[in-house]
Structure formats: structure tokens, C-alpha cells
Design a protein around this ligand. Structure first.
Ligand SMILES: Cc1cc2nc3c(=O)[nH]c(=O)nc-3n(C[C@H](O)[C@H](O)[C@H](O)COP(=O)(O)OP(=O)(O)OC[C@H]3O[C@@H](n4cnc5c(N)ncnc54)[C@H](O)[C@@H]3O)c2cc1C
Length: 465
């Protein structure tokens, strides 16, 4: 399906200065930046309506030193943000690239707000694991569908065409190494070719391609895939044929909190604000606060690959700002009871074990004991009735490995040379999480989609001038 072919003798039916494959956050932001830099831009998107993994996400984008933070009285800096990313990722990613992205993302969010009307604000009532300041920026509904819809509307307002129902299959390469255009298939089976002066790969990673997941992330080969079905690894497959360098291919974002059987993301606020997870035996099994990404595999190792998250009404009040949580409540995923014994009865968890775990957590919060898993409970209040529980499993959300790019988002080959007019951003490019699930700091996905998307679009426009 995915091919790289010589351009000899190919006639293109249409031409663009900057051609973008994929209309998720990365592709749409790249399009806005390229258009503003003066290029004629075309986006191709395989779906009938752009959504991507962006629409499935909570749409939360981390940025430091923004005016939205200042308005909320939050002190933060790109340097602190970079330090948090590198610490979570065990210092595996390139520090220069991390610095570059954290410097860029704040101005890009302010540009999206001022020029394209996206009303960002900061989540102020809980912290994500590993973030030493509150810096997750979201739109009012806190949904990724709102983010992708607003970006699409901005793209439409700029009269940038989005060719939907166009699945890019082939890249055409000229003898001088430049990408000359692409071919793609239409729903009726027809093929169309579009020439370009610069190409941006914004078609995300390979989480929806079981064979690639089995090859690169074997421990998640059978995990629930919770990302978009169109993330089939096209950028990686073209990159392999072009001789591009692929990095950190085992890196990914997992999540240890997808409601079962409802399949709804439950905010990690349920943990960070003082909730905890037990397995079917009613026992805790980890330091849940380390991060939701690594918790996916930890939950999958429990009996039946499931866990229960236990929290209370105060925490539910915080989680309710997310539409997903409201949906989970509406669909009956959240079980409630006035006592831990009542919760045990409703969940089927063993009463004595669950009560013992709740007593232990209360003692840990009072500072009377050290947690055997190493979790610090000192900053969170005790749980109070009514109590809540939700049955969850671990899932694969998106891949973080991908094409190595330089600071202009140009794809690099195995010798470190840049393909002059080929760019990658979002999940098509390698992220800043290193090669392990535990390296994923919340928001790393949309960070590279939005910051690298803007860079890719702007530089691609210059390359096409
Ligand atoms: C449930 C969930 C929650 C998440 N929450 C967050 C969060 O709150 N914060 C965060 O930072 N990250 C989060 N993420 C990760 C985040 O969603 C992704 O990192 C981000 O959306 C990637 O953006 P993208 O534009 O690269 O990819 P996508 O949004 O997936 O867009 C890629 C687009 O390319 C199209 N495409 C693919 N191949 C082709 C082709 N050959 N031809 C044409 N079109 C093609 C696809 O159809 C798709 O529309 C979450 C992910 C999931 C699944």
C-alpha cells in the first residue's frame, strides 16, 4: 500500500506549494502557519470529516510562561517545563529539541488564541504527574473534538482546502532527492496525484497498525487500542523506504484508566487528587501517581487485566469538568456508595481486603506509614463518603516513536542529513518521551503536534517559496 516511487513521467492533476497529509492537530496547525507565511496550502485527509486521535484526546496542551498562566497567577517557565520533560523521559530525548519545543509552544498557543480565536485557559484545580506547575491548556469543553473542530474552522476561514476522503498512498521522489508530490486513493477506488514544493507528514504514528505495534511495542500488542483507526503508521512506512532515521520506536503513551466495559477515558485527576487503584483482590499494586502512561501495562498485568479506581465525591467534582467523565457517569460506569463496605458490595470486590486497603491509604495520608510502593500521599486529603469506584483497564493511546526531525521539523536520514522539502510533525515525528512508556509526560502528544506543526508549516512555506 505505502510506496515511494521515482517521479519520472508522472503527471499531477493538481499542485500545491505546501501539501499536508493528515488533518489532526498537527496538520491543521501546520496549514495555518504555512498559509500565514504566504504559501498555497492543500491538506489531504483520509476520513470524511477530520478528527484523528486529536478528537479522541482531552485536547490538553502543556505550555509554560503563557499569558493564560499569568492570568491564573501561575508562575512557570519554559526551562522548568523542559526539566520536567527530561526527568520524566529519563533524559533520553535530545535536550536541544525539548528546549526548542517548550520555547515555541507558548507563543503558538497565544497565536492560535489571538489570530484564530481559540479560547484557551489553564486547568487550575489539579496537577498532572510530573508537571511541577499547572500548565495544561484546554478549550472550554476540555475535549479534543472541540480542539480539532476549532482548528478546522480556522483552516476553513483561511480558505485552505481540505481534500477529505483522500488516502495518501505513494510519495514521488525526484532524482535530486526532493519530494515532488503524492498519489492517493479516493473512496470510489480512483487514484489522484498532487504535486508539491514541500510535503508535511502529519498522519500520526502506528498505534492502529497491529503488526507495527507487535514489532516495536510487543508488550502492548494485545492491549486495547484507544487511538484513531487511521493511525496506521504510513509516515513510518514511507520513512523506512526513504532511508529516514526512525527513533524511540518502543516509546508510547499508554493509559491505565479506561472505563470497562464502557470504553471511556477517566481523568487521572481521580488518582492525583488522592484516589487509588486496587485489583480484583481489593489490593493496591503500584505507585499510581507516577503516571498514567506506565500504569497501562501495570493494570494489564493484574488479574483479568483490570483494576478499580477508588475515589470520592470531592474528586468526582474535579473530574466532572471533563465531558468524558460526565459521559461515564451518564452511562453508569461510576459506582457509588456511602461506605467502603457498600462499595465492595456494588463492585464485587472482597469487602475485608478493600476495607483494609482504604484504612492503609488513610494512614498513609496522615503520614503514619511509608507506602511500600513509594507513593507520596502527603498533599492529598482523606477520602470521605460518598465513595466512588470505576472499573478500568490499560490501553494504548498513541505511539511516541517516529521519524527523526531537525529543529525545522525536516525529516533526517540515517546519516543525519535533512530531506530538504520533507517535514514531519505530531505523531509522525519522534516525540520527546524516549523509548519507554514511563517517559511520557502528560501533554507530550499535543506538544509535538502543535509546536512542531507550526514549525513544519512555517518552514515548509519557506522551502516552497
Ligand atoms: C484517548 C486519548 C487521549 C489523549 N489525550 C491527550 C491530551 O490530553 N494531551 C495530549 O497532549 N495528547 C493526548 N493524546 C495524544 C494526542 O491525541 C496525539 O498525540 C495527537 O492528537 C496527535 O496529533 P496528530 O495530528 O499527529 O494526529 P491525529 O490527530 O491522529 O491526526 C492524523 C490524521 O492523519 C490522517 N491520516 C493518516 N494517514 C493518512 C493518509 N495516508 N492519508 C491521509 N490522511 C491520513 C488520520 O485520518 C488523522 O485524521 C491522547 C490520545 C488519545 C487516544
Amino acid at each position: 500500500m505505502n510506496a515511494v516511487r521515482p517521479v519520472d513521467g508522472i503527471a499531477f492533476e493538481a499542485e500545491a506549494d505546501v501539501l499536508i497529509i493528515g488533518a489532526g492537530a498537527a496538520g491543521l496547525v501546520a496549514a495555518l502557519a504555512a498559509k500565514e507565511a504566504g504559501a498555497e496550502v492543500v491538506i489531504v485527509e483520509r476520513d470524511a470529516v477530520p478528527s484523528g486521535s486529536t478528537a479522541l484526546s482531552a485536547g490538553l496542551i502543556p505550555a509554560a510562561g503563557t499569558r493564560f498562566q499569568r492570568q491564573a497567577g501561575i508562575e512557570d517557565s519554559p526551562a522548568l517545563f523542559a526539566q520536567d520533560i527530561l526527568e520524566k523521559a529519563h533524559h533520553e530525548p535530545d535536550p536541544a529539541m525539548v528546549e526548542h519545543l517548550v520555547e515555541r509552544i507558548g507563543p503558538v498557543l497565544e497565536w492560535l488564541a489571538d489570530r484564530h480565536g481559540l479560547p484557551f485557559d489553564v486547568i487550575t484545580n489539579f496537577s498532572y504527574p510530573g508537571h511541577s506547575a499547572r500548565r495544561m491548556h484546554g478549550l472550554p469543553k476540555r475535549t479534543g473534538s472541540e480542539l480539532v473542530d476549532r482548528l478546522r474552522e480556522a483552516v476553513e476561514a483561511q480558505e485552505i482546502p481540505i481534500l477529505t476522503g483522500f488516502r495518501a498512498t505513494t510519495l514521488f521522489r525526484a532524482v535530486d532527492g526532493l519530494i515532488a508530490g503524492i498519489a492517493g486513493t479516493r473512496p470510489d477506488g480512483g487514484e489522484e496525484r498532487i504535486g508539491c514544493k514541500a510535503l508535511v507528514l502529519a498522519c500520526n504514528g502506528y498505534g492502529g497498525n497491529r503488526a507495527l505495534v507487535a514489532r516495536h511495542i510487543p508488550r502492548m500488542a494485545d492491549a486495547l487500542w484507544f487511538g484513531h483507526s487511521g493511525n496506521e503508521g504510513d509516515a513510518v512506512l514511507w520513512g523506512e523506504q526513504l532511508g529516514a532515521e526512525l527513533v524511540d520506536m518502543s516509546g508510547h503513551q499508554g493509559h491505565g484508566s479506561v472505563a470497562q466495559p464502557h470504553g471511556i477515558l477517566i481523568s487521572w485527576a481521580t488518582i492525583m487528587e488522592g484516589g487509588f487503584q486496587v485489583n480484583a483482590l481489593g489490593e493496591r499494586f503500584s505507585d499510581e501517581s507516577q503516571g498514567y502512561s506506565e500504569q497501562a501495562a501495570t493494570v494489564l498485568r493484574q488479574p483479568e487485566g483490570k483494576a478499580w479506581t477508588i475515589f470520592d465525591a470531592r474528586i468526582a467534582g474535579i473530574a466532572r469538568q471533563f465531558e468524558d467523565f460526565q459521559n461515564a457517569e451518564a452511562q453508569g460506569a461510576i459506582v457509588s456508595a456511602d461506605s467502603i463496605e457498600g462499595l465492595a458490595a456494588k463492585t464485587g470486590l472482597p469487602e475485608a481486603a478493600l476495607a483494609a486497603t482504604a484504612i492503609e491509604v488513610a494512614a498513609l495520608k496522615r503520614g503514619e506509614r511509608q507506602d511500600r510502593f513509594g507513593r507520596d500521599f502527603s498533599n492529598v486529603p482523606p477520602l470521605a463518603a460518598p465513595f466512588h469506584a470505576v472499573r478500568v483497564t490499560g490501553a494504548l493511546f498513541h505511539t511516541q516513536g517516529g521519524l527523526r526531525v531537525d529543529d525545522a521539523a525536516r525529516v533526517l536520514d540515517k546519516n543525519g542529513w535533512a530531506f530538504p522539502n520533507l517535514h514531519a510533525c505530531g505523531g509522525a515525528a519522534v516525540g520527546v518521551s524516549g523509548a519507554q512508556a514511563s517517559g511520557y509526560l502528560s501533554g507530550n502528544g499535543l506538544l509535538t503536534a502543535v509546536a512542531l506543526g507550526e514549525i513544519a508549516g512555517r518552514v515548509a512555506a519557506m522551502a516552497s517559496a
